[in-house]
Write a protein that binds this ligand. Structure first.
Ligand code: AKB
Length: 316
């Protein structure tokens, strides 16, 4: 990777990934794109930035050619709860955007990354230590998009030789840019509310276990996978990755170690609860560890201490 085009660069992952990649590869070698400019987002102002609606394949290819990119990182997508509320729009945006990004990578002969998700699994998937290769029959539009995306990426690899790579991300937790419209978002909101108000009403019920990961580990996973020796990759789209699995009660208990009077209540959202219930409790990430050395640094304790420190600073 020398010159990288990122779509959705001002979103939850992109806001931090763009900056990390600019540190590694140089400011001018990371081209951030998003559907709108956010002047207060450092990813938009610290290097090249272009407005791009990912459903416009012609413009995407033009930008890739203008900057002579050799890697495309396609992050722009609707998350699970938003996709469930707007399934047709989600199909058009998530799949249309992905097709355009794959076609762009094929046209300019670029390496390709796009994230899949724990949402690619469904109720008939084994729930605990979910294997890398297993039943994938998701019951959400987001999940249907993610499985289709994994298959399409494999298709572009086998049919056209595009160097496609991907990971199945769990819920991603960060203090920089908020997620929007996801099922795992409770695990981000809880920290903001703990710092601001010392209480939180969770829209996901106690006893609901989902995989999670702190953003620094997610960024390392993307960069290490993209730099991995292709000869060592048996799997490509996509690798199970995870750092921890917890339910809302366990997260609240961890927060109470720092904010003893933190109060947790429940106001369960049936739509997001149904989505969460269809996802695994915990993933087996051993294929990622074996094939490209994936390893997470942050567990729930280390992540919570860092999140609360950083948020106290940010919100003061
Ligand atoms: C979501 O909740 O939709 C995402 C995901 C797990 O893919 N955070």
């Amino acid at each position: 990777m020398k010159r990288i085009l990122i779509t959705g660069a001002l979103g939850q992952i992109g806001s931090e990934l763009t900056i990390r990649l600019r540190e590694i590869y140089g400011n001018d070698n990371v081209i951030a794109t998003d559907i709108r400019m956010k002047p207060d987002n450092a990813a938009a102002t610290g290097g090249p930035f272009e407005i791009l609606d990912v459903t416009d394949g012609k413009r995407m290819a033009e930008i890739a050619k203008k900057y002579n990119v050799d890697a495309v990182m396609h992050l722009a997508a609707l998350l699970s709860a938003t996709a469930e509320a707007n399934p047709v729009f989600a199909w058009n945006l998530n799949m249309g955007g992905l097709m355009n990004a794959l076609e762009t990578a094929r046209e300019v002969n670029a390496q390709f990354f796009t994230p899949s998700s724990i949402g690619a699994f469904g109720p008939s998937t084994p729930k605990d230590k979910t294997p890398q290769d297993t039943i994938m029959r998701p019951t959400t539009m987001y999940g249907v998009n993610k499985v289709s995306g994994e298959l399409l990426s494999d298709y572009y690899y086998h049919k056209f030789g595009v160097d496609t790579r991907g990971v199945r991300f769990p819920g991603l937790i960060s203090y920089v840019a908020p997620p929007g419209g996801g099922t795992t978002d409770y695990a981000v909101e809880i920290y903001y509310e703990a710092v601001k108000n010392k209480k939180y009403a969770s829209f996901i019920d106690k006893g609901t276990y989902m995989d999670m990961m702190y953003m620094p580990d997610a960024l390392n996973a993307i960069i290490n996978l993209m730099e991995a020796d292709p000869a060592k990759l048996i799997h490509r789209n996509s690798f199970n990755v995870t750092a921890m699995s917890f339910d809302p009660e366990e997260l609240a208990a961890e927060i109470r170690k720092h904010i003893p009077d933190f109060e947790m209540t429940y106001d369960v959202d049936p739509v997001r609860q149904r989505i969460a219930d269809s996802w695994p409790n915990s993933l087996d990430a051993s294929a990622a560890a074996e094939e490209w050395g994936f390893r997470a640094e942050y567990d729930i304790a280390r992540m919570t201490a860092d999140m609360l420190d950083k948020l106290k600073e940010k919100l003061s």
